[in-house]
Design a protein around this ligand. Structure first.
Ligand SMILES: [Zn+2]
Ligand SMILES: [Zn+2]
Length: 238
């Protein structure tokens, strides 16, 4: 029956638009999944962005983190936000292929590794208006699919603009004071260690703003886990 339905509707890969093989496991074809690139070393010990050159020590930081240390302790991403991965994220977020959260969460769990041993996952929240428009918070769907303890600890109180299309300084201004700890958790002891979860990390401004709020509320360690990371072009880095 499945094969019949597929031949009737001829679904296209949500990433490349090519045809899906009959043994397809989801809305994205196998070659597209195979082309997804993980973030490769050397990377910044703090934000996880790629570094242009190897440094001798393990604590090498990118110039941005060295100049403006972020409030989070470390950030890692499952893949580079480019090519097929960009389309896969887009299909999950705007194309309503929410089922893509499953393979993405699998990649994120592998990336997180032993971070998951003692931390509670916290999704980056959407403002209520954006949540109504989209119908779901992609960060929360990923968080819930990873399969570790999680809490809806933060709330976005200011709508702001979408971060897409804004440069780094504008992104920082756009998210400053945008997040707060949800009222019901303000008088309770928060977990000592939190992993902030988002779909895409670009400049890190959102993660920084959320981590600052969590640390101010008493969380000791804030790590950031994202499905995809917009990396600098390492061939252009100084
Ligand atoms: Zn494809
Ligand atoms: Zn960095």
């Amino acid at each position: 029956l499945d094969a019949l339905l597929i031949s009737l509707f001829d679904p296209a890969c949500a990433s490349c638009g090519g045809s899906l093989t009959p043994d397809r496991k989801g809305p994205v074809c196998a070659p597209c999944w195979a082309s997804v690139r993980s973030v490769t070393r050397p990377w910044c010990a703090t934000c996880g962005d790629t570094l242009g050159t190897w440094r001798v020590d393990d604590v090498a930081q990118c110039p941005h983190c060295a100049q403006h240390p972020p409030a989070f302790d470390e950030a890692r991403s499952a893949a580079v936000h480019a090519d097929a991965m960009r389309h896969i994220i887009h299909a999950m977020k705007y194309g309503r292929h929410v089922g893509l959260a499953r393979p993405l969460a699998d990649l994120m769990r592998q990336t997180a590794g032993d971070w998951l041993n003692d931390a509670v996952l916290v999704p980056v929240p959407l403002h209520t208006v954006r949540l109504w428009k989209r119908g779901f918070n992609q960060a929360e769907v990923l968080t819930a699919t990873i399969g570790a303890p999680w809490m809806r600890l933060l709330r976005r109180r200011r709508l702001g603009r979408t971060q897409a299309g804004l440069h780094a300084a504008a992104r920082r201004r756009n998210v400053a004071d945008a997040y707060v700890v949800r009222r019901r958790y303000r008088r309770t002891a928060l977990p000592a260690s939190v992993i902030l979860v988002d779909d895409v990390m670009t400049t890190g401004a959102t993660a920084d703003a959320c981590a600052r709020v969590l640390k101010d509320a008493g969380v000791q360690t804030v790590r950031v886990l994202s499905a995809a990371r917009a990396v600098r072009d390492p061939t252009r880095a100084a």
